[in-house]
Design a protein around this ligand. Structure first.
Ligand code: UN1
Length: 507
């Protein structure tokens, strides 16, 4: 097992890789600056068309070798990768925190998600079950099996710069696929670090070059991937606008896409809730990762009987939040990813005010010592109506919208009445309310929790959501199936040819 390393990216100029080797590219330079202090971290090179072609051809060739490896042997590689991430957890967690801006605890938590999905994938490598069924034809055996799919294109977002890649790649590798990863150009060095960590494992085990490819770049590289008929599956995480473009391009060529897009997640707080628990879940859900998770709590739907007391508790709790360097454990939240995100936050606050929103905790951009990067903002809370355009839209920032309800049916309607459908929660000790919320007439989201917040899902469950969230499921449960092609097989061991549906055919 390799020891922890300190990542140093100065003068590396890396960006395109087929696993162990780094490829020369004439693509644009992408410099990474930390939102924590505005300092330069390093530069990578985007893929140009020629290097992209070389990568895809390498991946294609690697697939033919990799798919022949017995599945538990591929699982063994993933087991070793999990150990490599265990050994590098502290350093990688720090890098995630520094390049992306989330708290160190959350950076470490993200690396933990990699380790967890590796363990999950290793178990899966002894499973990947198909079904057998009874044939209607005499002397026939009927079953279905799962085969590797081919190249999986992974487009990931800045907010989970390493975990989301791992949910996809660890499952894909066990399934016998090879991966081409386009990370966010806002967090390229986290991707370089992951690629370097797995390269050591691949080298030791003679894993074919091409099984894990990295193609740095912006929208253009995403388009190459989406339009590429050699890539049967594109898994994309990010905004709904990005996902719509990817989904259309992939569908046009009859490819498969796994989309994990925006959320507009609400917590319903019943008058039967444990209010302290509701408070904790809401505040962590709203300000964790500075409001930049797709599972972030964006809306609180609060029963009228406890609305005022909840409001007071929230104002008090927000008053205690410490905003600053996320690597300092005493701070609750760090910066937004960049100044563009700060502009989006400011614009949403202005729009909210224009639409009639009343701020009970005011927002604002922080200035002065410790905030030199210009990316630190104050988490804020506004009282709103659910139908406001700004409330219907996902703004990737710590703005929490609060609204009142009278009946549980009304609360569920409000919770569902947004374009997105990722995560949802109800805080209640009332069994009837909880079960209604989880029923077919309840939450329409991919994730629905009771007395647990909207964010912080475990890797063991399938992760994703409905409507504008894109419909895909990643990570646990049977999400692996999307990474494989399914085949139904009928085997006739009779001396004649019995046909289905009772058809007689004689010559
Ligand atoms: C994301 O924001 O894209 O459930 C993923 C959570 C994390 C994953 C979020 N485990 O909040």
């Amino acid at each position: 097992m390799e020891g922890q390393r300190a990542f140093d990216f100065k003068n590396h100029n890396r960006g395109v890789s087929t696993g162990i080797q780094w490829l020369e590219s004439k693509g644009a330079s992408i410099a990474s600056y930390s939102p924590v202090d505005g300092n330069y971290i390093g530069t990578v090179t985007a893929a140009d068309k020629d290097t992209y072609e070389a990568v895809i051809e390498k991946a294609k060739a690697a697939f033919h070798a990799w798919r022949q490896w017995p599945v538990p042997r591929r699982g063994e590689i993933v087991r070793q990768i999990g150990d490599a991430f265990r050994a590098n957890k502290t350093e990688l967690g720090k890098l995630v925190s520094y390049e992306m801006g989330k708290s160190l605890q959350e950076g470490l938590g993200e690396v933990q998600e990699i380790i967890d999905i590796c363990d999950f994938a290793v178990g899966l490598s002894r499973q990947l079950y198909g079904l057998t069924m009874h044939s209607e034809r005499p002397s026939h055996r009927l079953y279905e099996q799962y085969h590797p799919l081919g190249i999986v294109g992974i487009i990931s977002a800045f907010n989970f710069p390493v975990a989301v890649w791992s949910w996809n790649s660890m499952l894909a590798w066990v399934c016998g696929d090879v991966c081409v990863w386009k990370p966010s150009e806002k967090t390229p060095l986290c991707a370089v670090a992951c690629q370097s960590i797995i390269a050591d494992v691949f080298k030791e085990n003679n894993v074919p070059e091409g099984v894990s490819c990295l193609v740095m770049g912006g929208r253009e590289v995403g388009e190459w991937l989406s339009e590429d008929r050699r890539i049967p599956l594109i898994s994309a995480t990010g905004s709904t606008a990005m996902g719509r473009a990817v989904g259309v391009a992939v569908a046009k060529r009859m490819g498969r896409s796994l989309l994990e897009l925006g959320g507009n997640n609400a917590v319903i707080i019943s008058k039967q809730a444990d209010l302290n628990m509701a408070l904790m879940a809401s505040v962590f859900g709203a300000v964790g990762t500075a409001g930049q998770r797709c599972t972030t709590t964006r809306r609180l739907i609060v029963h009228e009987a406890i609305y005022d007391s909840m409001k007071q508790k929230l104002v008090k709790a927000y008053g205690q939040l410490r905003i600053g360097n996320p690597l300092d454990r005493s701070n609750h939240l760090g910066p937004l990813i960049d100044k563009g995100a700060v502009e989006g936050y400011v614009a949403a606050i202005e729009q909210c005010k224009r639409e009639g929103g009343m701020f009970i905790v005011e927002g604002g951009v922080l200035e002065g010592a410790g905030y030199e990067s210009g990316c630190y903002v104050r988490p804020c809370i506004a009282e709103v109506q659910n139908h406001y355009a700004v409330v219907q839209h996902e703004t990737f920032a710590p703005i929490l919208y609060m609204m009142k309800y009278k009946t549980i049916e009304e609360a569920i309607r409000m919770q569902n009445d947004v374009p997105q459908g990722l995560s949802s929660a109800i805080m209640t000790l009332d069994l009837r309310e909880a079960e209604l919320f989880l029923s077919q007439a309840g939450s329409d989201c991919g994730i629905a929790n009771v007395n647990a917040g909207t964010s912080g899902a475990e890797i063991g469950g399938a992760f994703g959501g409905e409507k504008d969230t894109g419909g895909g499921r990643e990570s646990g449960s049977d999400a692996w199936k999307v990474y494989m092609r399914r085949q139904t097989n009928a085997i006739n061991y009779a001396a004649n040819l019995p046909m289905a549906q009772g058809i007689q055919f004689d010559l």
